[in-house]
Design a protein around this ligand. Structure first.
Ligand code: SAH
Length: 304
């Protein structure tokens, strides 16, 4: 199955995609959003697609062959956004998109280790050249470190007990083994799979997803031309909070603590928030594409 791009119409509208525009898709994945952006910016809009997963770049390049000459694809992390964009000549761009998290092909591939339904190694790296894998987090960290990760990145109320059970069950080698250990502590019966939060936590830790996002957002602002748009789709509250707070801070002139009588930060607003409340998918979209269930899209515009 191909990855269905989430909130597609809303992204195109939010980025105000137009012919001749310059766009960056910082998480190009299978190229779903990228394809639609290239179509909507025909005949001469250009797109720089970035993904840290080699396999994603391969899939996107196959999907986007017909736009040859208008697309550049780069295997890299969006934490290097400014450098990559500079090298590829994408400066003063009209729109930048982040569609966070994982792509369908990654979860559906058992050997990538993202799924608690498919048996695979404890991997969970988007970037398969990186050293840190889920195996390391699950089997090598101290019980306390593990509990902190599960608590902070998974918001799992039973984090301490889960960490204890994991440490006792070591070595844990596969996704299904890990899912079973977690299930024994968390119990089944809720609406989501009992291991959802723990898998999310480990994935975030393996890929340093929250730190990466914090690093990338200011770079995106730097690359936008005045009036250019930034669109970010997040899939859980930790990500959305980072985006919301970044947008709020960048839309204010002074960010000094309120107790200071005069401004000492001299911060100047760089963004105008276009979506005071995030855009969420319609019930129809959620039904057609369950991955969109928790999606939240926020859009901001670069100020002059
Ligand atoms: N919008 C895409 C799907 C994106 S899924 C589509 O329509 O097809 C999210 C993608 O972000 C995944 O392919 C994942 O490998 C990528 N990703 C995760 N962390 C990244 C990072 N730090 N830098 C670049 N890409 C990253």
């Amino acid at each position: 199955m191909q990855h269905i791009p989430v909130l597609l119409k809303e992204v195109l509208e939010g980025l105000a995609v137009k012919p001749g525009g310059l766009y960056i898709d910082a998480t190009v994945g299978e190229g779903g959003h990228a394809e639609a952006i290239l179509e909507a910016s025909s005949p001469d809009g250009c797109l720089l697609g970035i993904d840290v997963d080699e396999e994603a770049i391969k899939r996107a390049s196959e999907r986007l062959v017909r736009f040859k000459g208008r697309v550049a694809l780069v295997k890299a992390s969006y934490t290097n956004l400014v450098n990559i964009a500079r090298k590829e000549g994408f400066l003063q761009v009209d729109g930048i998109l982040f569609d966070l998290g994982f792509a369908l092909f990654q979860v559906e591939d058992a050997k990538r280790g993202f799924s608690f339904y498919l048996n695979g190694p404890l991997d969970m790296r988007y970037d398969r050249t990186s050293k840190l894998s889920a195996y390391h987090i699950v089997n090598r960290l101290s019980e306390e470190e593990l509990a902190d990760i599960i608590w902070k990145y998974g918001e799992e109320p039973k984090a301490r007990r889960v960490a204890k059970a994991i440490v006792q069950a070591r070595p844990i080698r596969s996704t299904l083994e890990l899912a079973r250990v977690v299930e024994q502590v968390v119990g089944s019966g809720g609406k989501i799979h009992p291991a959802t939060k723990v898998f999310q936590a480990i994935r975030i830790a393996v890929n340093q997803e929250l730190d990466n996002l914090k690093e990338a957002l200011p770079q995106a602002v730097e690359l936008l031309k005045p009036g250019g748009r930034l669109a970010v789709i997040s899939f859980h509250s930790l990500e959305d909070r980072i985006v919301k707070e970044f947008f709020r801070q960048e839309s204010r002139d002074c960010i000094c603590p309120p107790e200071l009588p005069v401004c000492v930060c001299h911060h100047k607003a760089t963004l105008k928030v276009i979506t005071p409340k995030p855009i969420q998918p319609s019930p129809q979209e959620v039904e057609a594409n369950p991955r969109s269930r928790s999606a939240k899209l926020r859009i901001a515009e670069r100020r002059p």
